[in-house]
Design a binder for this molecule. Structure first.
Ligand code: DC
Length: 281
């Protein structure tokens, strides 16, 4: 278990755990074990509203699903921070798989090769970072995963059944190792964590999502054509919703939030209030 110790700027001591015991009913290969774990010091959880009253060992998984451009990632990260929970970006895992396959010239139509190459990269997160950095072969790959070539192929790649099974298994292991978690994706409430304490589904009209994406691109100095972005968003919606395994869907027990007319902080506050209402019940 115990390996290295390191000091952060805040002088917190984190324990790096080599392999965490997994009592999951499913069998999983050593490759699947999430290896870099950094447990947050409960003393840092401070201003967490009702959650501070719960024991730090109390399991609380919050899922946020929804289509591209609803701000899930930023909202999930901000909510996790406000509540003192860990944050998991599962889209980063599928993006990392796409980046690895492109960079290793894997034929994306060869499903077995895609899964084997992804498994060999031993994807896991460095939880000492905020947000946690995704690693492949032990090296950060976060700088690569939002490139255009990755975005173009990730949705069809995420429809590969065996790849999804691999990712779902990894995400459940992460859920065991980080039982106080805000996790976002497309299938987190519906497939990966059906027993999550609170489930959200964020939505917004395609026009609003395209406009937000265009604003982001312009802010990053890129050219943005609203028509093209809208078409890409609609195509990803179609691809993510129509696949057989883990399709994008609103779980029946999720709280659906239309973010079209809300700003970022209003969305975070709305979710925060819901969580406290549910946990405080
Ligand atoms: O949220 P994102 O744009 O980073 O997701 C990238 C792609 O991965 C997107 O096409 C949907 C897919 N994805 C998925 O199928 N299941 C998840 N849990 C997360 C993302």
């Amino acid at each position: 278990m115990n390996a290295t110790r390191q000091q952060t700027e805040q002088e917190l001591v984190f324990e790096m755990i080599e392999v965490v015991e997994v009592s999951h009913a499913e069998s999983c290969s050593a490759m699947d074990i999430e290896r870099v774990v950094c447990d947050k010091d409960p003393a840092t959880l401070g201003d967490s509203g009702c959650l501070a009253m719960l024991s730090p060992s109390h399991r609380i998984v919050i899922t946020i699903d929804g289509p591209a451009g609803t701000g899930k990632s930023s909202v999930a990260r901000a909510l996790a921070r406000q509540l003192g929970l860990d944050f998991l970006d599962t889209g980063a895992m599928y993006r990392a798989a796409a980046a690895i396959c492109i960079d290793n010239k894997i034929d994306l139509a060869d499903k077995a090769a895609v899964v084997a190459r992804t498994a060999a990269a031993d994807l896991h997160f460095d939880w000492t970072r905020d947000p946690p950095t995704i690693l492949a072969h032990g090296q950060p790959i976060d700088h690569r995963i939002r490139h255009k070539d990755v975005t173009e192929v990730v949705s069809p790649l995420a429809s590969i059944k065996e790849l999804r099974e691999h990712m779902v298994r990894k995400q459940r292991i992460i859920g065991q190792q980080h039982p106080r978690l805000v996790t976002e994706g497309r299938d987190q409430g519906s497939v990966v964590f059906p027993d999550a304490a609170v489930k959200f589904y964020l939505d917004a009209s395609p026009d609003v999502r395209a406009r937000r994406r265009a604003e982001q691109m312009v802010a990053m100095g890129s050219a943005a054509d609203l028509g093209t972005i809208t078409a890409e968003i609609l195509e990803r919606d179609r691809s993510d919703s129509s696949r057989t395994d883990g399709p994008l869907m609103c779980p029946s027990d999720a709280i659906c939030v239309d973010t079209s007319d809300l700003n970022f902080q209003q969305v975070v506050d709305a979710l925060h209030r819901h969580v406290l209402a549910v946990v405080g019940r």
